[in-house]
Design a protein around this ligand. Sequence first.
Ligand SMILES: NC(=O)c1ccc[n+]([C@@H]2O[C@H](COP(=O)([O-])OP(=O)(O)OC[C@H]3O[C@@H](n4cnc5c(N)ncnc54)[C@H](O)[C@@H]3O)[C@@H](O)[C@H]2O)c1
Length: 284
Amino acid sequence: MSVKRVGIVGSGIMGAGIAETAAKAGFEVVLRSRRQETADATVAGLEKSLAKQVERGKLGEEERSQVLSRVTATSDLSDLAEVDLVIESVVEDLETKRHIFRDLDRIVGPGAVLATNTSTLPVVELAMETNRPEAVCGVHFFNPAPAMALVEIVRPLTAADETIATARDFALACGKEPVEVKDQAGFIVNHLLFPYLNNAVRLLEQGVASRDDIDTAMKGGCNFPMGPFALLDLVGLDTSVAILDALYDEFRDPHYAAVPLLRRMVTAGQLGRKSGRGFYDYRR
Ligand SMILES: NC(=O)c1ccc[n+]([C@@H]2O[C@H](COP(=O)([O-])OP(=O)(O)OC[C@H]3O[C@@H](n4cnc5c(N)ncnc54)[C@H](O)[C@@H]3O)[C@@H](O)[C@H]2O)c1
């Protein structure tokens, strides 16, 4: 199926990044947020990001206005009725996503593919909320979406080959490198990444080394572009705990049990970059 119009539900870090990626790739984008002010603020953020790219000579003025003209912001889910592909990217909470998939199934035209950007939750749970489980899959972008090359295409037991092909073609059209993975918590990347991030917090909690020394060690010793605490702050600590909880629910492996410090920081509102403070302070 050929995708021309893409609906994005959720305008957080990932929804905004996916909207930018898709619009730059030439797709018409309808971005839906719960409140119109947030939807408009996301478009304003996109304008800013594109203006910076023009300043740096990475984007032409003409292209900038074309990209912007392809994006519509709305608070009304009904505005997604005529899209060919939806990417849901709201908070990592199964009940919230279930609810949205029920609404999407009712609203979005019958030929469209409904995808989720979930990091860990069972995609089949969302597929089974709809009357078109064959047209539901995962399209998992990485953060920041415009910069990261990978997209995991997640195949639940219920998905038709055509759905997976549509998702894969979309990722390729966005200039990404798609990989296919079964619908198992964490898929490939988070399955391998989160025990490492969780163990870094454990080392810090045990006082084995300082935050800065752990980040320095993993950059200098493994050639990683950033250390585990900088990465946790980028991902968001609330999202990270949700990912660990989903992994723990699926595998019951203690490596996936979120370290208490991580949970306490979330309770304290120290969510990382998005709240101004996490393991590092971004308020200065
Ligand atoms: N942060 C990452 O690094 C990353 C990477 C890949 C995938 N993801 C996944 O992307 C999705 C979104 O994550 P994010 O990092 O953009 O989170 P975020 O906290 O930046 O944004 C979450 C969005 O969900 C909306 N939301 C919250 N509660 C809602 C509700 N009840 N109904 C509708 N919308 C609601 C918020 O308004 C916000 O727009 C999650 O499924 C997450 O697992 C995150």
